[in-house]
Write a protein that binds this ligand. Structure first.
Ligand code: G4P
Length: 283
């Protein structure tokens, strides 16, 4: 788990680096975690990206609740964005990116055509907070006949372009931005998925939060994993945690049970889930 410390100086530097690279691309791929479509976004992204064309990629959609992902995809579309639900680990899923990018840039491509400008590969960069899958996406694109195209004048020294087929070129280093860490609820959600290591959060608080989400939204998944009854789920959450500890043979070791619950969630043993709930938007 990466532990990047974000101080004002680092944030300004990250922002500067992204702004610098933006000049050389046609489109930005904003990667967010489909389980956290709001919490895993950078709070200043609109200001940083400004008018540059953007494709939002709801990554790790294989881990997220598909009903929630559909709602979030529609939400972003209605807000005027282009968006794709993605699994960066899956080549078939990654292949959707080129046609989706062409759609985003359709007007520009048509304009160039009218002017008689020869079509060229779309130039893109990947952008997102730590752990949303930026390197995974680049690697999966790179796995497919990618050739480094060498330095291009003007781009930061050492910066390379990676070519995906003939139609897409990517900057080989992603833009890394910071999450909305000043909001404690966002911090809790990011920590539960394993996106950040938050030493201020106690494991038992995280585990109780996990139980709150699963008893409310995914009770069947919780019952199945820990062999619980409907009645068990009516217990107060700390009691439920103790019951799970007991069932696992941890007696009353709250800490150990909390650790196990969080680990199993992160390993995907509790099934698919989404922590940023679409319905919270209208609350
Ligand atoms: P970053 O560059 O944005 O920091 O993220 P990175 O690609 O390192 O991905 C962070 C973790 O998320 C990795 O897991 C990676 O495998 C996983 N991941 C990325 N995209 C997907 C996806 O679409 N679906 C799933 N299920 N996982 C994804 P890790 O446990 O840190 O590493 P590893 O065990 O894969 O080596």
């Amino acid at each position: 788990m990466p532990t990047i410390q974000w101080f004002p100086g680092h944030m300004a530097k990250a922002r500067r680096e992204v702004s610098e690279k933006l000049k050389f691309v046609d489109i930005v791929f904003e990667l967010i975690d489909a389980r956290l479509p709001l919490s895993s976004r950078n709070p200043m992204l609109d200001q940083i990206v400004q008018q540059k064309s953007r494709l939002i990629l709801l990554n790790k959609s294989d881990l997220a609740d598909p009903n929630q992902t559909n709602l979030w995809v529609n939400y972003f579309r209605e807000a005027g964005h282009h968006v794709l639900a993605l699994t960066a680990k899956d080549d078939k899923s990654v292949k959707q990116i080129v046609p989706a990018s062409k759609k985003v840039l359709a007007e520009k491509i048509a304009r160039d055509q009218e002017k008689g400008i020869k079509p060229r590969a779309i130039r893109a960069m990947v952008l997102g907070i730590p752990n949303v899958g930026k390197s995974t996406l680049l690697n999966h694109l790179a796995g497919k006949k990618i050739a480094s195209t060498g330095n291009r004048p003007g781009v930061t020294k050492g910066q390379q372009w990676l070519r995906f087929g003939t139609q897409l070129e990517l900057l080989d280093t992603p833009g890394i931005l910071w999450p909305k860490f000043e909001d404690p609820e966002v911090g809790q959600r990011l920590a539960l998925t394993g996106a950040i290591k938050d030493d201020l959060l106690h494991l038992d608080d995280l585990a109780l939060y996990e139980l709150e989400v699963f008893t409310r939204f995914y009770p069947e998944q919780l019952k199945e994993r820990y062999k619980l009854t409907d009645e068990n789920l009516t217990l107060e959450l700390p009691e439920l945690l103790l019951l799970i500890a007991e069932k696992r043979g941890f007696k009353d070791d709250y800490e150990r049970a909390s650790e196990m619950l969080i680990l199993e969630l992160r390993q995907g043993r509790l099934g698919r889930y989404t922590l940023d709930r679409f319905e919270e938007l209208s609350e």
